[in-house]
Design a protein around this ligand. Structure first.
Ligand SMILES: O=P(O)(O)OC[C@@H](O)[C@@H](O)c1c[nH]c2ccccc12
Length: 254
Protein backbone atom coordinates (compact mmCIF):
# COMPACT_ATOMS: atom_id res chain seq x y z
CA UNK A 1 0.00 0.00 0.00
CA UNK A 2 2.38 2.62 -1.27
CA UNK A 3 1.47 5.77 -3.21
CA UNK A 4 2.80 6.30 -6.73
CA UNK A 5 5.32 9.08 -6.15
CA UNK A 6 6.67 9.25 -9.69
CA UNK A 7 4.47 12.24 -10.57
CA UNK A 8 4.80 14.22 -7.35
CA UNK A 9 6.41 17.51 -8.43
CA UNK A 10 9.29 19.62 -7.12
CA UNK A 11 10.96 19.44 -3.73
CA UNK A 12 8.07 17.44 -2.29
CA UNK A 13 8.57 14.68 -4.86
CA UNK A 14 12.33 14.57 -4.32
CA UNK A 15 12.06 14.27 -0.54
CA UNK A 16 9.21 11.76 -0.64
CA UNK A 17 10.94 9.45 -3.15
CA UNK A 18 14.09 9.51 -1.03
CA UNK A 19 12.07 8.64 2.10
CA UNK A 20 10.29 5.81 0.30
CA UNK A 21 13.61 4.34 -0.80
CA UNK A 22 14.80 4.22 2.81
CA UNK A 23 11.94 2.34 4.46
CA UNK A 24 13.19 -0.99 5.78
CA UNK A 25 11.06 -2.43 8.61
CA UNK A 26 12.81 -3.53 11.81
CA UNK A 27 11.55 -4.59 15.26
CA UNK A 28 10.04 -1.65 17.14
CA UNK A 29 9.79 -0.98 20.87
CA UNK A 30 6.43 -1.32 22.66
CA UNK A 31 4.49 1.94 22.07
CA UNK A 32 4.22 4.18 25.17
CA UNK A 33 0.84 5.55 26.20
CA UNK A 34 0.33 9.04 24.82
CA UNK A 35 -2.11 11.94 25.34
CA UNK A 36 -4.75 12.82 22.71
CA UNK A 37 -3.65 15.29 20.03
CA UNK A 38 -7.20 16.19 19.04
CA UNK A 39 -8.39 16.81 22.61
CA UNK A 40 -5.43 19.08 23.32
CA UNK A 41 -6.20 21.20 20.26
CA UNK A 42 -9.90 21.49 21.15
CA UNK A 43 -9.30 23.44 24.34
CA UNK A 44 -10.77 26.99 24.26
CA UNK A 45 -8.90 29.63 22.27
CA UNK A 46 -6.51 29.19 19.34
CA UNK A 47 -4.18 26.28 20.19
CA UNK A 48 -0.56 26.48 19.11
CA UNK A 49 1.31 23.44 17.80
CA UNK A 50 4.93 24.56 18.17
CA UNK A 51 7.45 22.94 15.87
CA UNK A 52 11.00 21.75 16.48
CA UNK A 53 12.83 22.19 13.17
CA UNK A 54 16.57 22.77 12.75
CA UNK A 55 16.56 23.41 9.03
CA UNK A 56 14.23 23.35 6.05
CA UNK A 57 14.45 23.37 2.25
CA UNK A 58 13.05 26.92 2.16
CA UNK A 59 15.20 28.42 4.93
CA UNK A 60 18.35 26.31 5.03
CA UNK A 61 19.79 26.21 8.56
CA UNK A 62 17.35 27.79 11.01
CA UNK A 63 18.95 27.00 14.35
CA UNK A 64 21.16 24.37 15.89
CA UNK A 65 18.93 23.38 18.76
CA UNK A 66 18.55 20.63 21.30
CA UNK A 67 15.01 19.39 20.57
CA UNK A 68 14.42 18.65 24.25
CA UNK A 69 15.38 22.19 25.32
CA UNK A 70 13.16 23.60 22.59
CA UNK A 71 10.19 21.41 23.50
CA UNK A 72 10.51 22.26 27.21
CA UNK A 73 10.55 25.97 26.33
CA UNK A 74 7.47 25.49 24.15
CA UNK A 75 5.67 23.66 26.96
CA UNK A 76 6.45 26.52 29.40
CA UNK A 77 5.32 29.04 26.77
CA UNK A 78 1.85 27.49 26.46
CA UNK A 79 2.06 25.19 23.43
CA UNK A 80 -0.81 22.66 23.34
CA UNK A 81 1.19 20.20 21.24
CA UNK A 82 4.69 19.89 19.78
CA UNK A 83 5.57 18.98 16.20
CA UNK A 84 8.91 17.20 15.79
CA UNK A 85 10.53 16.93 12.36
CA UNK A 86 11.95 13.43 11.85
CA UNK A 87 13.09 13.83 8.22
CA UNK A 88 16.92 13.76 8.31
CA UNK A 89 18.18 15.04 4.94
CA UNK A 90 16.44 18.36 4.39
CA UNK A 91 15.09 19.07 7.90
CA UNK A 92 17.87 17.67 10.07
CA UNK A 93 15.46 15.66 12.22
CA UNK A 94 15.37 12.07 13.52
CA UNK A 95 13.24 9.54 15.37
CA UNK A 96 15.64 9.89 18.27
CA UNK A 97 14.56 13.55 18.55
CA UNK A 98 10.96 12.35 18.78
CA UNK A 99 11.78 9.77 21.43
CA UNK A 100 13.79 12.20 23.55
CA UNK A 101 11.09 14.86 23.38
CA UNK A 102 8.48 12.24 24.35
CA UNK A 103 10.50 11.41 27.46
CA UNK A 104 10.84 15.08 28.42
CA UNK A 105 7.39 16.68 27.96
CA UNK A 106 3.79 15.64 28.62
CA UNK A 107 2.28 17.34 25.57
CA UNK A 108 0.98 15.36 22.60
CA UNK A 109 3.57 15.10 19.81
CA UNK A 110 3.15 15.15 16.05
CA UNK A 111 5.59 13.18 13.91
CA UNK A 112 6.38 15.59 11.08
CA UNK A 113 7.68 13.61 8.15
CA UNK A 114 6.79 12.46 4.65
CA UNK A 115 4.78 9.33 5.40
CA UNK A 116 4.87 7.16 2.28
CA UNK A 117 4.77 3.68 3.80
CA UNK A 118 2.53 2.23 6.54
CA UNK A 119 5.61 1.20 8.54
CA UNK A 120 6.29 4.89 9.16
CA UNK A 121 3.01 5.03 11.09
CA UNK A 122 4.10 2.16 13.33
CA UNK A 123 7.40 3.94 13.91
CA UNK A 124 5.60 7.15 14.82
CA UNK A 125 3.54 5.33 17.44
CA UNK A 126 6.50 3.34 18.78
CA UNK A 127 8.64 6.46 19.22
CA UNK A 128 5.93 8.30 21.14
CA UNK A 129 3.94 10.36 18.65
CA UNK A 130 0.24 10.93 19.36
CA UNK A 131 -0.28 11.80 15.70
CA UNK A 132 1.44 11.60 12.33
CA UNK A 133 1.25 14.02 9.43
CA UNK A 134 -0.47 12.63 6.34
CA UNK A 135 0.17 14.76 3.26
CA UNK A 136 -2.63 14.36 0.72
CA UNK A 137 -0.36 15.64 -2.08
CA UNK A 138 1.67 12.45 -1.50
CA UNK A 139 -0.97 9.90 -0.56
CA UNK A 140 -3.74 10.94 -2.94
CA UNK A 141 -6.55 8.39 -3.00
CA UNK A 142 -4.66 6.25 -0.45
CA UNK A 143 -5.24 8.90 2.23
CA UNK A 144 -8.29 7.04 3.57
CA UNK A 145 -6.36 3.76 3.81
CA UNK A 146 -3.51 5.44 5.73
CA UNK A 147 -6.02 7.08 8.07
CA UNK A 148 -7.56 3.71 8.75
CA UNK A 149 -4.17 2.11 9.36
CA UNK A 150 -3.27 4.93 11.76
CA UNK A 151 -6.51 4.40 13.69
CA UNK A 152 -5.83 0.69 13.86
CA UNK A 153 -2.46 1.47 15.47
CA UNK A 154 -3.97 3.90 17.98
CA UNK A 155 -2.37 6.83 16.22
CA UNK A 156 -4.12 10.07 15.31
CA UNK A 157 -3.44 11.94 12.08
CA UNK A 158 -3.11 15.50 10.88
CA UNK A 159 -4.31 15.32 7.28
CA UNK A 160 -2.67 18.10 5.30
CA UNK A 161 -4.04 19.78 2.19
CA UNK A 162 -3.03 22.72 0.04
CA UNK A 163 -5.62 22.77 -2.77
CA UNK A 164 -9.37 22.40 -3.20
CA UNK A 165 -8.93 19.01 -4.86
CA UNK A 166 -6.82 17.77 -1.93
CA UNK A 167 -9.44 19.10 0.48
CA UNK A 168 -12.11 17.00 -1.26
CA UNK A 169 -9.94 13.89 -0.85
CA UNK A 170 -9.29 14.63 2.84
CA UNK A 171 -13.00 15.12 3.59
CA UNK A 172 -13.92 12.01 1.62
CA UNK A 173 -11.30 10.05 3.58
CA UNK A 174 -12.91 11.08 6.87
CA UNK A 175 -10.14 13.29 8.29
CA UNK A 176 -10.88 14.43 11.85
CA UNK A 177 -7.95 16.82 12.13
CA UNK A 178 -7.46 18.82 8.96
CA UNK A 179 -4.37 20.94 8.32
CA UNK A 180 -4.33 23.58 5.62
CA UNK A 181 -0.82 24.39 4.53
CA UNK A 182 -0.15 27.90 3.26
CA UNK A 183 3.07 26.59 1.77
CA UNK A 184 3.01 24.82 -1.59
CA UNK A 185 5.38 21.95 -0.85
CA UNK A 186 6.35 21.57 -4.50
CA UNK A 187 7.47 25.20 -4.98
CA UNK A 188 7.87 26.19 -1.26
CA UNK A 189 5.95 29.38 -2.00
CA UNK A 190 3.79 30.74 0.87
CA UNK A 191 0.39 32.36 0.52
CA UNK A 192 -1.37 33.21 3.80
CA UNK A 193 -4.72 33.44 1.99
CA UNK A 194 -4.76 29.69 1.41
CA UNK A 195 -5.66 28.60 4.96
CA UNK A 196 -8.66 30.96 5.44
CA UNK A 197 -9.94 30.26 1.92
CA UNK A 198 -9.84 26.46 2.21
CA UNK A 199 -10.79 26.56 5.90
CA UNK A 200 -14.04 28.35 5.07
CA UNK A 201 -14.67 25.92 2.24
CA UNK A 202 -14.11 22.94 4.55
CA UNK A 203 -16.66 24.29 7.06
CA UNK A 204 -19.08 24.99 4.19
CA UNK A 205 -18.77 21.37 3.15
CA UNK A 206 -19.78 20.40 6.69
CA UNK A 207 -16.37 19.59 8.17
CA UNK A 208 -16.95 19.48 11.95
CA UNK A 209 -13.48 18.39 13.08
CA UNK A 210 -10.35 20.20 14.17
CA UNK A 211 -9.07 22.80 11.73
CA UNK A 212 -5.35 23.68 11.75
CA UNK A 213 -3.69 26.55 9.84
CA UNK A 214 -0.08 25.77 8.86
CA UNK A 215 3.06 27.63 7.81
CA UNK A 216 4.26 31.19 7.43
CA UNK A 217 2.97 32.71 10.66
CA UNK A 218 5.15 35.15 12.59
CA UNK A 219 2.91 37.93 13.91
CA UNK A 220 0.20 38.17 16.52
CA UNK A 221 -2.19 39.96 14.13
CA UNK A 222 -1.93 37.06 11.71
CA UNK A 223 -3.05 34.68 14.46
CA UNK A 224 -5.89 37.00 15.54
CA UNK A 225 -7.26 36.71 12.00
CA UNK A 226 -7.49 32.91 12.41
CA UNK A 227 -9.69 33.04 15.51
CA UNK A 228 -13.26 31.91 15.02
CA UNK A 229 -12.44 29.73 12.01
CA UNK A 230 -9.40 27.70 13.13
CA UNK A 231 -8.91 25.62 16.25
CA UNK A 232 -5.14 25.59 16.00
CA UNK A 233 -2.10 26.95 14.23
CA UNK A 234 1.21 25.22 13.48
CA UNK A 235 4.25 27.48 13.84
CA UNK A 236 7.87 26.54 13.24
CA UNK A 237 10.38 28.89 11.67
CA UNK A 238 9.41 32.15 13.34
CA UNK A 239 9.59 30.56 16.81
CA UNK A 240 12.84 28.72 16.05
CA UNK A 241 14.44 32.00 14.97
CA UNK A 242 13.60 33.77 18.22
CA UNK A 243 16.39 34.12 20.79
CA UNK A 244 14.00 33.01 23.57
CA UNK A 245 11.51 30.36 22.41
CA UNK A 246 9.29 30.54 25.48
CA UNK A 247 9.03 34.35 25.34
CA UNK A 248 8.39 34.29 21.60
CA UNK A 249 5.51 31.84 22.02
CA UNK A 250 3.98 33.81 24.92
CA UNK A 251 4.21 36.99 22.89
CA UNK A 252 2.39 35.35 19.95
CA UNK A 253 -0.46 33.82 21.92
CA UNK A 254 -0.78 36.21 24.88
O1 LIG B 1 8.05 26.97 9.67
P1 LIG B 1 6.67 27.44 9.42
O2 LIG B 1 6.54 28.30 8.19
O3 LIG B 1 6.06 28.09 10.63
O4 LIG B 1 5.81 26.14 9.09
C1 LIG B 1 5.60 25.10 10.03
C2 LIG B 1 4.97 23.87 9.35
O5 LIG B 1 3.70 24.23 8.88
C3 LIG B 1 5.86 23.35 8.21
O6 LIG B 1 7.06 22.93 8.77
C4 LIG B 1 5.23 22.22 7.42
C5 LIG B 1 3.94 22.09 7.08
N1 LIG B 1 3.73 20.96 6.38
C6 LIG B 1 4.88 20.32 6.24
C7 LIG B 1 5.19 19.12 5.61
C8 LIG B 1 6.48 18.67 5.66
C9 LIG B 1 7.48 19.42 6.27
C10 LIG B 1 7.20 20.62 6.91
C11 LIG B 1 5.90 21.08 6.88
Amino acid sequence: MRPDLSRVPGVLGEIARKRASEVAPYPLPEPPSVPSFKEALLRPGLSVIAEVKRQSPSEGLIREVDPVEAALAYARGGARAVSVLTEPHRFGGSLLDLKRVREAVDLPLLRKDFVVDPFMLEEARAFGASAALLIVALLGELTGAYLEEARRLGLEALVEVHTERELEIALEAGAEVLGINNRDLATLHINLETAPRLGRLARKRGFGGVLVAESGYSRKEELKALEGLFDAVLIGTSLMRAPDLEAALRELVG
